[in-house]
Write a protein that binds this ligand. Structure first.
Ligand SMILES: [Zn+2]
Ligand SMILES: [Zn+2]
Length: 266
C-alpha cells in the first residue's frame, strides 16, 4: 500500500496545480464582492464610502483637474482654449526643456495635491494602482511605442527613511497594468540631495547636477522610447537631470510623465 502513497500524492499535487488557478479565478471575484459588502471601497480623496467602481466620490472628482488634450506638450500644464498642435506653456518657453515630450495625469492642486502628499508622506500605497491607471491614460499624449518606464531614483539614504520610492511604485504598477517594460535600476541616484522644496529653478538644477548615473550596459535601451516617471513635476530640474543622464543610453526618445504637474498659474 505504501508504494501507492507517493504516486497518489503526486497526482493530487498535479490536479491541485491544474485546478487551483481555475478555482481561484472563480473564488477571488466572489471574495472581493464579499469584502466590498463588509468593507465598501472608500473615496481616495475624502474617505467617504463609495458606490460602484469609481475611486473618487463626485465631490472629490470635481476637485481633481485631470490634464486633457489642451495642455502643454512638454509638461502637461493646462492651456486655455482648444489646442490641437504641440503648444508649450509659458514656463516651458522660459525654461527650454531637453526632453522630447512630457505630460501629467492631473494638476497639483486641491484633491490632486492631497493625493500626491498622501502617497509621498503617509504610506498610502493603496493610491498607487489608481494613480498608475490615470498616468497610463495620460501617456497616450506622449506618442511613444512600447516604451521603457524609468522611475526617478531615490538615494539609498532617502529610501531607507521613506521605505519606498513612490515613483518606482508608480512605474511598476503602470508596467503591470499596461504590459510594459520598466527598469528601476537603470537610472540611479549616486548622492543624496537636500530637499529642493524652497529653492529656485536654477538652485535646484545646480543641486541636482551630477547626482545621477546609469547602471549596467549603457546601450541596454538604445533605440527605445524611454518615459521618465515621477510623482510631481515642479520646476522640472529632476526631469532635466534624468534626461541629461539618459541621453547617454542613445534612446529613440525621452519623455517625462508625472502624476501631478505644479501649475505656475496657481
Ligand atoms: Zn471624496
Ligand atoms: Zn509646459
Amino acid at each position: 500500500m505504501r508504494r501507492w502513497y507517493w504516486p497518489n500524492r503526486l497526482v493530487n499535487h498535479i490536479l491541485a496545480l491544474f485546478f487551483f488557478p481555475a478555482a481561484m479565478s472563480v473564488a477571488l471575484p466572489s471574495l472581493r464582492n464579499a469584502i466590498d459588502l463588509f468593507y465598501p471601497p472608500l473615496c481616495l480623496g475624502c474617505g467617504e464610502e463609495l458606490v460602484g467602481n469609481e475611486r473618487l466620490c463626485p465631490a472629490c472628482w470635481v476637485n481633481v483637474r485631470f490634464v486633457g488634450q489642451s495642455s502643454c506638450f512638454l509638461c502637461g500644464d493646462v492651456l486655455p482654449g482648444d489646442v490641437e498642435e504641440d503648444f508649450a506653456c509659458d514656463s516651458c518657453l522660459r525654461t527650454p526643456r531637453i526632453w522630447d515630450r512630457g505630460t501629467a495625469a492631473m494638476l497639483y492642486r486641491r484633491t490632486g495635491r492631497d493625493l500626491v502628499l498622501r502617497l509621498k508622506h503617509q504610506d498610502r500605497l493603496d493610491l498607487v494602482p489608481p494613480a498608475a491607471g490615470w498616468m497610463l491614460s495620460a501617456m497616450a499624449r506622449l506618442n511613444v511605442e512600447n516604451p521603457v518606464l524609468i522611475p526617478v531614483p531615490l538615494h539609498k539614504s532617502r529610501l531607507w527613511k521613506r521605505r519606498y520610492n513612490q515613483s518606482a511604485a508608480l512605474a511598476k504598477h503602470m508596467a503591470r497594468q499596461g504590459g510594459l517594460d520598466w527598469d528601476g535600476q537603470f537610472l540611479q541616484r549616486q548622492s543624496a540631495t537636500p530637499s529642493l522644496g524652497h529653492r529656485t529653478a536654477e538652485e535646484r538644477a545646480v543641486a541636482l547636477a551630477g547626482t545621477m548615473a546609469l547602471h549596467g550596459p549603457n546601450d541596454r535601451y538604445a533605440g527605445r522610447d524611454l518615459v521618465v516617471v515621477d510623482d510631481v513635476m515642479a520646476s522640472g530640474a529632476t526631469f532635466t537631470e534624468s534626461t541629461r543622464v539618459l541621453r547617454a543610453a542613445k534612446p529613440k526618445s525621452i519623455s517625462v510623465l508625472s502624476l501631478a504637474r505644479v501649475s505656475y498659474k496657481d
